[in-house]
Design a protein around this ligand. Sequence first.
Ligand SMILES: Nc1ncnc2c1ncn2[C@@H]1O[C@H](COP(=O)(O)OP(=O)(O)OP(=O)(O)O)[C@@H](O)[C@H]1O
Ligand SMILES: [Mg+2]
Length: 361
Amino acid sequence: MASSSAKGKAPANGNATNLPYELPWVEKYRPHALDDIVGNTETIERLKVIAKDGNCPHIIISVGPPKHPFFARLMARPKGMPGIGKTTSIHCLAHQLLGDAYKEGVLELNASDERGIDVVRNKIKAFAQKKVTLPPGRHKIVILDEADSMTPGAQQALRRTMEIYANTTRFALACNMSNKIIEPIQSRCAILRYAKLRDTEILKRLLEICEMEKVQYNDDGLTALIFTSEGDMRQAINNLQSTNSGFSFVSGDNVFKVCDQPHPIIVQSIIRACLKSNIDDAMDKLNELWDQGYSAVDIIVTIFRVVKTFDEMPEYTKLEYIKEIGWTHMRILEGVGTLIQLGGLMARLCKMNMKPELFKV
Ligand SMILES: Nc1ncnc2c1ncn2[C@@H]1O[C@H](COP(=O)(O)OP(=O)(O)OP(=O)(O)O)[C@@H](O)[C@H]1O
Ligand SMILES: [Mg+2]
């Protein structure tokens, strides 16, 4: 990543103080080559092969597991996985394919651009017809980022364009919800699916950035960054930068202050109290979180995530806990986000470890 680290400094801009201005780290450390992208190894390998061979098919980069006819009916597609490298990979691919010809050879449109039928009819068609000198065997590329926000009408208008100009122009789409892309477009494209980044993959990148930025950190701080980012690299890097600029030291406490999430250590002590059927302790800790101003959703989401990775309870109890937490989460999302709901959950979790005879009347 030596190439990207130099890009953070802006050219001297005549600013009186002449302070070097800093890009946000997510942009400063946005990978410029497919090799620098972490995670989703198999998919990235496929992209590398395409970049080497040069014959890029129309592609859609989307998220989630492959569509299975049986599960597709049962399960809604995941709503989105931001910050895992979709846009970055498409740009890296285009750069690697076209090199210096990137500027003339690529048309990028994202959700901030007008992308109605007219744009497809005029701008995209005009670009597809344009004559450009490219390296041999390469094609022009139309990047449609956040393609799920294109209207079905505009997507319909793309169908024939994709076919007619396929010998000179290839399309690369990125989206979070592949079900928003109409079937005919899906059938014209190779679909690559990205999964959430693993903790180790995020850690690897964070360590690289910490080293390059000379960030002071401890293990607790990195664990907290990974916990709060939920597989979203953009969030992890942003939180790292905010914590570093706010506190100059990345520790667990500082990260949770910056991210404004309930501290998992407190939530762990709530779960421990529940496991001992100690409702008073559990309620005390719950009140503490509530008084700090966290909403019921913040609290229940953290309780779920803590229980999911909590090793101090038998598997059976964990399953029962997660079931109860799920019910309470549902009620909260239905609008009943009160302390009483959370208190009710505490009571049920405590009761689970008590002998049933105690409740006989
Ligand atoms: N796999 C990755 N490897 C290295 N850096 C990454 C990766 N994924 C994301 N990043 C970092 O996060 C930033 C955002 O990534 P990107 O724009 O590719 O996300 P995205 O998947 O397109 O998200 P969205 O769905 O919100 O558009 C990048 O600038 C980069 O710094
Ligand atoms: Mg994107």
